[in-house]
Design a protein around this ligand. Sequence first.
Ligand SMILES: Cc1cc2nc3c(=O)[nH]c(=O)nc-3n(C[C@H](O)[C@H](O)[C@H](O)COP(=O)(O)OP(=O)(O)OC[C@H]3O[C@@H](n4cnc5c(N)ncnc54)[C@H](O)[C@@H]3O)c2cc1C
Length: 439
Amino acid sequence: MALLTGESELGHPYWWEEAAPAETADALPERCDILVVGAGYTGLSAAIAASDCGARVAVVEAGLPGQGASSRNGGMVGAHPRLGWEKLAARFGAEVADAIFAEASPALNWAKAFIEAEGIDCDFQQTGRIQLAWTGSHFDGQKRLAANVRAKSDVAIDVVERADLGREIGTGQYHGAIVFPEHAALHPAKYHAGMLAAVRRRDVPVVGHAPVERLERDVTGFVATTPRGRVRADKVILATNGYTTRPFKWHVQRVFPLPSYLIATEELPANLLGHLAPGRRMMVETRARHSYFRLSPDGTRILFGGRASMRDVPLEVAAARLKATMCEIWPELRDVRLSHAWSGNTGFSFGHMPHVGERDGLHFSMGYSGSGTVMAPYLGAKAAWQAVGDPRGQTAYSRTHLPRHVMHLFDTPHFLKPADLWYRHWVDRRENRAARRQG
Ligand SMILES: Cc1cc2nc3c(=O)[nH]c(=O)nc-3n(C[C@H](O)[C@H](O)[C@H](O)COP(=O)(O)OP(=O)(O)OC[C@H]3O[C@@H](n4cnc5c(N)ncnc54)[C@H](O)[C@@H]3O)c2cc1C
């Protein structure tokens, strides 16, 4: 059986069928108050917030606005911290861990209100998100996390015992789960397109094919050089996350591009989908392989993503690996073909948490570590408020930090090659052995 359908699109995200990144015709201004570098969720949200504070804003983008992760992701919406409270406390201190937990609900509510206020039509559905435990010990950890979430935040969370999992997912692979009922689904590229429309309503120029190649500082601010000309700005906000390159060396050394791959199946019968995913939630796993999967917004196919590799591999290879993982969960899908396979860069920090801050006068927000549909626009707005001195810029995510790692001393993250081998040949196998041992 061929892996891909006859019309399969390799490298073309499923989302682009309805909302592909497009050219803008805006010219680069000679000067502005705030220059935003990067036109993904972070940059566009920063532009909206800064413009609403009265600043003259311009956005420059290396390629087409939205061509980065913001039009390629899984569209899963949630803001619970990626790390449990204990890990956060170990990395950043108990007070910061408490503040991050406390900010989860406000961040999610902010994103929902933002979508509503800007009238963004992005197939938003409050599906809830289920995190499925691959092993019994993962499920024990989830119960501890649920207790912490209840004690330290307003986030709603439910524990689902193994015996009750059948109402959520049609597989016997998992040992239990936690559900975040307030989490949601959206169409990521339509979400980006709606944000871009909101920026343009404010008459903010968004200039494509204008990578910032040099950024110089003088007494009055910055001069950014791009192939489309130079622009002078009082303040600059860096919003390049997993696509950050030189000249932003300090950030390159702290936020690295970790690819994530996604496949879309061909359209599937409604009764099969009802059997596979009766809960119709956003689904993620506890495995280090970090698979995440969902129904498409129109409910006709499965979109399945994960760590097919930690570095760039041919999409045919990545698609075959993802399909094999999908069939471990749902063997019924063995003969199903794929319509799309694509990838994008997540921007990972070594602390696995984002940071909003300023370095040598350059403001930035990045390091969402694979969780940015809420955090990127939310923290993009925070970065803008910090840049204009608005008190709404306060956030616990300015109290995290972006550590360096001894394995990442140069611009290219060479460490991802050995890390990929380590994960695939040791961590993944160990987790699968543990799952088999624990039944
Ligand atoms: C495959 C995949 C699946 C994901 N799934 C989810 C999910 O389900 N839920 C979730 O919450 N998060 C998910 N994420 C993460 C989420 O997509 C990101 O965190 C978010 O989109 C980051 O937005 P951003 O604006 O910071 O970065 P991006 O959208 O990546 O934008 C950065 C932009 O900066 C531009 N740029 C870079 N350098 C320069 C320069 N020098 N000058 C000008 N422009 C420059 C790039 O071209 C790019 O367009 C996923 C990510 C990927 C890749």
